[in-house]
Design a protein around this ligand. Sequence first.
Ligand code: GLU
Length: 269
Amino acid sequence: MKKKNLWFALLTMILAAVVLGACGSEDKEKEKDSGKNALDTVKKQDKIVWGVKNDTRLFGLKNPTTGDIEGFDIDMAKALTKEILGDESKAEFKEVTSKTRIPLLQKGDINAIIATMTITEERKKEVDFSDVYFEAGQSLLVKKGSSIKSIDDIKKGTKVLAVKGSTSAVNIREKAPEATVLEFENYAEAFTALKSGQGDTLTTDNAILYGMADEDSNYEVVGDTFTDEPYGIAVKKDSPEFIAEINKALKTLKDNGTYDEIYKKWIKE
Ligand code: GLU
């Protein structure tokens, strides 16, 4: 009988430990989930982990020789990190795509997104945005000599290539409802698909398309932009302090000429 009681007590203790342990880790998860401490978190860890594109020329492109990621978004992230934490080497980079960037932020894998991301009302329900740091607009990329010269030439049966999770994929269905839209995981895949003849045109922001035309002169950007795509830096929802700090840093970079320098380095058009 005594032995039985002992076993029972032991079992209860183990159970209690398991339950308490689970609560503890749940709390930690919750803390991670709330954006309230986002600025404290980056200060404590003494680095900012930025979600950036790795396949988008001019904004975030991995250099296969050096392994470094290069572009406008990358230089902006480094300059902002220097303003916020005092040293640009405290900027760390993790690859995101249009589809993965918000989930990776929510999971706590990255502290901020700087990845050709348009500020939209829809996205504002999920994340907080900084002030606008770049103005783009959606356009079309075609093979030179294509009969498509603008969005008006997209007819029933025209195959338009776009990327999952982008505003471009949503907008094109609205602006050219007759089009057949094919969606890819990222811009490298979409451009490869255009080159291999899987579609008639690729659509996204003009600034990204210029990067592709830059890479392969057989392709050109046609027509005017047909949407406004103001880029913002995104952080977890309810991070007013972190956003204030980012906006303050952005203003400093604009006032002291760093922003113009970075802009001129990458953006020619
Ligand atoms: N700026 C657009 C967006 O945020 C298109 C570029 C991208 O897919 O990142 O969706």
